[in-house]
Design a protein around this ligand. Structure first.
Ligand code: GAP
Length: 439
């Protein structure tokens, strides 16, 4: 269904959700900017993750580590040595691809149909730069390709400061960078993206149980936020596909329109690989002392690792509908709808005065003043009321509050619900309570 992606990217651009970065210069492939509504949507996705992973738990704490870490981190973690993709070049059109993603047997160039390629060259995905004024190898640093290493190198400090006992987790949301060979499919694969990762430290021997627990939890997070169960599945990594640090990885996959299934999140059992690697390289003790059993050991780590942008994309695709809706004149017309979960919707309430009439505006402003401190709200007085409803439907606003001439007499407003389009008349004095119940 490539058309669906065209429709969604076009809606995203038109309504200021996400669009090509640096567009006035022709854009930069793989870089995307989030506009006013996209910023809200993305923030809501992050907040929902943080609430579920940190706020509602007493066994997970937060971290905000630097993007540029000591280069020794990447040496110890194995990323300098093995964080590679196999790069090949078509011998006919000279386009470059990841060898493992080339379609067909024999492998076929998607651009020109040729079957001959250069031998695969291992290409490191980390972005390299220099710290300070001298651009030599002694000053080389890397933009982090995963947020996870912050949690490993800070494990000791965070554990002591938070006085957490095992099992406990450290969560982080932040930018990560990978020099992907083939970025694409809108915000699915970018070179600069955002991750939501949590490293859950457990006693060795309990790791397999905790792994299953976190796969269930993470799957539920997506369905609780409205993703249809039938559009999600879990997939075990084959042994030859596992990352260098992983004993077992389960991906949560979404039915993205351009492919059968695509990775949304990976949940890995990283064992004690990272803590031991950093202990060896730094000389610092990264063991945990268990006060109950008086044992000292390296915890095992279960890692649910999600992409913010990929989650945003899945939520957008899953919420996107085009339906026939009744018009005031008794016919029907197409309406485009983002049936987003209320917690994710960029705007929760839109206040719509029936017209820009001088008598209506103060009443509508009064209603707007009531709602805007509580919820992200929009005040829209441009165009017919029907068109304004459509505009709000298209960006997923769950509730529209219409202020009309009757409001001036009965001090009540009409509230329209996005999905059912049902309308309720509610007194202004009870408006906040009414919205609170539904939001
Ligand atoms: N720390 C483990 C780790 O980074 P990963 O499977 O490589 O594992 C985790 O990445 C998640 O980050 C992925 O499931 C995906 O949602 C997101 N992600 C990875 N690479 C991405 C990219 N190039 N663009 C957008 N999101 C990406």
């Amino acid at each position: 269904m490539p058309d669906l992606m065209d429709e969604i990217t076009s809606l995203a651009k038109r309504r200021g959700i996400a669009f090509q970065s640096s567009e006035i210069y022709g854009g930069l492939r793989s870089s995307w900017d989030y506009g006013p509504l996209g910023v809200e949507l993305k923030r809501n996705v992050r907040d929902a993750w943080w609430r579920s992973m940190v706020q509602l738990r007493d066994d997970v704490v937060g971290l905000d580590a630097a993007v540029i870490m000591s280069p020794r981190v990447w040496e110890a973690s194995g990323h300098l040595e093995v964080f590679h993709d196999p790069l090949v070049e078509c011998l006919n059109c000279h386009q470059r691809y990841r060898e493992d993603e080339l379609p067909g047997d024999p492998k076929t160039c998607p651009n020109c149909g040729n079957h001959a390629f250069t031998p695969a060259r291992q290409f490191n995905l980390m972005f390299k730069t220099h710290m300070g004024p001298v651009a030599d190898d002694d000053n080389a640093v890397y933009l982090r390709p995963e947020t996870a290493q912050g949690m490993f190198v800070d494990f000791g400090i965070v554990q002591q400061a938070s006085r957490k006992k095992l099992p406990f987790g450290i969560a982080q949301i932040g930018k990560a960078f990978r020099n992907e060979i083939t970025p694409g499919n809108f915000i699915f694969r970018m070179r600069e993206f955002e991750q939501m990762e949590m490293e859950y430290f457990v006693k060795p021997g309990t790791d397999e149980e905790w792994h299953d627990y976190w796969v269930d939890q993470r799957l539920r997070w997506f369905t609780d936020l409205g993703i249809a169960k039938g559009n999600l599945r879990t997939r075990e990594h084959d042994p030859d596909e596992l990352s260098h640090y992983s004993k077992r990885t389960v991906d949560i996959e979404y039915r993205f329109p351009w492919t059968d299934w695509g990775e949304l999140e990976g949940i890995a059992n990283r064992t004690d690989y990272d803590l031991k690697a950093h202990e060896r390289a730094s000389g610092e003790d990264l063991t945990y002392f268990d006060p109950e059993t008086e044992e000292r050991y390296h915890p095992y780590v279960i890692e649910p690792a999600a992409g913010v942008d990929r989650a945003v994309l899945a939520f957008l695709i899953d919420a996107y509908r085009v339906e026939e809706a009744p018009t005031a004149k008794g016919g029907t017309e197409k309406r485009t709808l983002l049936a987003l979960h209320k917690d994710l919707a960029p705007i929760k309430v839109a206040v719509l005065p029936l017209s820009r009439n001088d008598r209506l505006v103060p009443a509508a402003r009064e209603v707007f003043d009531l709602v805007k401190p509580r919820w992200m709200s929009d005040y829209d007085d441009a165009g017919s009321i029907g068109r304004r409803y459509r505009r709000q439907d298209e960006v997923g606003t769950p509730l529209c509050v219409t202020v009309d001439f009757e409001t001036l007499d009965d001090r009540a407003v009409t509230i329209r619900e996005r999905d059912s389009m049902q309308q309720d008349r509610v007194p202004v004095s009870g408006l906040v309570e009414y919205l609170q119940e539904r939001l």
